[in-house]
Write a protein that binds this ligand. Structure first.
Ligand SMILES: Cc1ncc(COP(=O)(O)O)c(C=O)c1O
Length: 450
């Protein structure tokens, strides 16, 4: 077969609003046939389509890079893998193997972390819904429990008193630091004085000890100054706690929120230009932490619960073209076997969609539908794509954060997830589901009959 490109007659394409962007070019459509050196066709042959593929190398590289950058700026750093971002055991165990603790926001996530071999005192327990039994086990085992509200504080006081524990807890804070939307539904508000009241209330009762402060500002925060501002406020609060109440904190936890290199629908600029690097985030945090009025032997541990920024680019979804269509208004549409059932982030990401084999024909604004018999199942709009043959594959990226944990058994079963190891080996980390997986908990009451 000749490797010379096929001649294509020049043609004019009408552009529609949404496809034109003077700030960034149309991404070049070079086909990508391999993921981490593994042939996509071979993967599909073996594990079917759609298929989630994770790269161990990418996971490890980003983890090491972030940890090293933070350690350059602060001497005591501990990352805690945000379980909800992707809690497949194999993924969690890579992070734990590299030294990460676990950050859990539910009983289930705590249990999963324990099963993954994480000791209770290496678990950070956040979230607005922690049950009594799991709270008690967490407090007994020395987990870092961050309280969300006054009701939870009273409950924890009662529980620890009942169990004869002298429990240590952290307080989750929320504050204005320039990020929009403001995540003020979690924790105690710092700016209004509520957080100060919470500390005084807690000390007044004398049942709990304050070990740390926690703050998760939101997600996909592109402005590193937001971290600088938030850390400054938390440091000022910590300095006041020490000066007026004699409290020396064991930890300051700045949550997650770092952006990945995904392309946002709301952003004209490409991710390469707007996503801060690990060192830029680390610098903003480190500069602000240096204002802490603590002696060198008292310095608190800096916890980070980074999720998306660590794993998004490690994940790719392979999908197959099911059909091509023309809509009533003339738009070209492509139907894929992967839809919003698997791509929760497609509501606000403009994912890269890349063919795996050479294509011919002029790129055209294309709408990508998934396989659901639902009008909402739109994976991408106005993507400049060449004609894609039925049966051909595309890679959708980045999809490593939140899509696997939030994918649904809706209309279609969930596909397999595989991991490409650092030596190019491929392992299944969750097999494709069967109808039995879907119906395993179902029961038909006897009055319904057979
Ligand atoms: C408490 C907490 N920590 C960490 C994270 C991880 O955030 P991200 O994936 O944006 O890094 C979240 C996500 O919402 C969170 O709620």
């Amino acid at each position: 077969m000749s490797s010379r490109p096929v001649y294509e007659t020049p043609s004019l394409q009408r552009h529609r609003s949404g496809t034109m962007n003077k700030m960034g070019g149309i991404p070049a459509l070079r086909p990508v046939s391999h993921i981490e050196g593994v042939d996509v066709e071979e993967l599909v042959e073996k594990y079917s389509s759609p298929l989630f593929v994770y790269s161990e190398r990418s996971i490890v590289d980003r983890y090491v890079q972030l940890r090293d950058q933070l350690e350059r700026r602060w001497p005591k750093v501990q990352l805690a893998w945000s379980y909800k971002t992707c809690y497949l055991d194999a993924i969690c165990r890579i992070y734990h193997r590299e030294g990460s603790w676990a950050e859990a926001v539910s009983d289930m996530e705590v249990e999963k972390a324990l099963r993954n071999g994480v000791p209770m005192d290496h678990i950070i327990f956040n979230g607005p819904h922690k049950t009594d039994p799991s709270l008690l086990a967490a407090l007994r085992g020395g987990a870092k429990v961050n309280l969300d509200n006054f009701d939870e504080m009273a409950r924890v006081e009662k529980l620890s008193e009942g169990a004869g524990l002298e429990a240590s807890v952290g307080l989750r804070l929320n504050l204005a630091a320039g990020s929009i939307p403001r995540w003020d539904r979690f924790g105690f508000n710092l700016d209004s004085g509520q957080a100060w009241d919470a500390v005084r209330r807690m000390l007044g009762a004398g049942k709990l000890r304050l070990a740390g402060l926690h703050c998760h500002l939101g997600t996909f925060i592109l402005d590193t100054a937001v971290y600088g501002e938030a850390t400054k406020k938390i440091v000022a609060f910590a300095n006041r706690l020490k000066k007026e109440l004699g409290i020396v904190l064991e930890y300051i936890d700045l949550g997650g929120g770092f952006a990945s290199k995904a392309r946002l629908k709301s952003s004209y600029l490409p991710p390469e230009e707007i996503t801060p690097s690990a060192s830029q985030y680390a610098e903003a945090i480190g500069d602000a932490l240096s204002e802490l009025d603590y002696s060198p032997d008292q310095l608190p541990m800096l916890f980070l619960e980074t999720g998306r920024g660590l794993i998004d680019e490690a994940g790719t979804l392979i999908a197959t073209v099911l059909a091509n269509k023309r809509l009533a208004d003339g738009r070209r549409a492509v139907v894929l076997d992967a839809g919003v059932n698997l791509l929760y982030t497609s509501t606000w990401y403009r994912h890269d969609v890349v063919p795996t084999a050479p294509t011919s024909g002029a790129p055209e604004p294309t709408i990508l539908f998934g396989p659901l018999c639902m009008n909402i199942d739109v994976v991408g709009e106005n993507l400049m794509l060449p004609p894609l043959e039925v049966g051909s594959r595309v890679l959708i990226r980045p999809v490593g954060a939140y899509n696997v944990t939030q994918s649904m058994q809706f209309i279609h079963l969930r596909p397999a997830v595989v991991l490409v190891g650092q030596n190019g080996q491929v392992g299944v980390i969750r097999r494709a589901e069967t109808l039995e997986d879907l119906t395993i908990g179902e029961q038909v009451p006897e009055w319904i009959g057979r």
